[in-house]
Design a protein around this ligand. Sequence first.
Ligand code: NDP
Ligand code: OXD
Length: 310
Amino acid sequence: MNIVVSLPAADKTEWWCQMLRDLMPDWNVYPIDKVPDPDAVTYSVLWRPATGSMRPFRNLKAIVSLGAGIDHVLADEQLPTHVPIIRTVGTDLTQRMKEYVALHVLRHHRELPAIQANQARQLWEQIVVPPATQRRVGVMGLGNLGAVAADLLKQIGFEVRGWSRSPKDLPGIQCFSGAEGFGAFLEGTEILVCLLPLTESTRGILNADTFNRLKRGASIVNAARGPHLVDSDLVEALNSGQISSATLDVFHVEPLPNTHPFWTNPKITVTPHVASLIDAPTGSKIVAKNIRTFQETGTVADLADAKRGY
Ligand code: NDP
Ligand code: OXD
């Protein structure tokens, strides 16, 4: 029973291999460039695989995405389409994302970017903001991460709205769904959080049209994927004042190139895809459990739906 591991960085690949070997001593775990017999490999564990890199493994039973998103796996146009994809999720991931969303929503709510700019100028200006109960926050995506983030925002006191593909009923959260519910969801929203998967329906969804439907001066938190955002539309909306500030954790190209204007835009906070990074000690336990369960039963709870794209 052989597992192949592939991440863009060799040191991280080795790190994950070692963690899995420790947890699964009865399995052989190889980095992708050291597999002795590709036909003996039945599981692959991946983050951003190179195009065509899964083709030699003809006997794969499942592909494990080292993360909640599977867009980075599906981006490989030569990926075998019949092989199930398992997501890696869990309380560790949801806890980290809750923290990130609360931190940045509160930061925008309490006007911290403006207060910090004032400090740099030694300017004592008391910016008075309404309490959270009078601030409308919209969460795009009410899945594994969006639902818990929305719930925490509700507990802090915000007026929370959520948007998903299928209708939802979440206590204390006003839920909207589908393309038909999108406009009503955005109306009056002052802080918009994106926790959608990247699919053909959600690519570019953070665009000028969306921004124009928000309350003037709204803030954006994108912790999902870079291609959800039309970069130039954000810059224009920040220049016009339709959007006042943004926190971006994810980008079209990662690492964000040094020349990208986001780095130096004072209205944008850049974080380097750390909203909810899975680490090998925690993540490998979930991966090992999922592989064992799949091997024994032929399925797991965290199966993605590749046709749906998430
Ligand atoms: P889930 O699959 O659990 O949830 C996705 C949610 O988005 C669901 O509520 C789904 O609706 C909704 N959705 C999907 N398509 C649409 C659509 N076209 N219109 C409206 N709603 C839609 O995903 P997770 O919560 O686990 O993760 C979300 C994303 O977060 C990941 O795909 C990944 O890209 C990103 N992520 C980023 C991290 C970071 O560190 N920055 C860390 C982890 C994840 P429905 O419920 O009806 O299916
Ligand atoms: C994920 C991520 O998809 O870290 O889990 O982005």
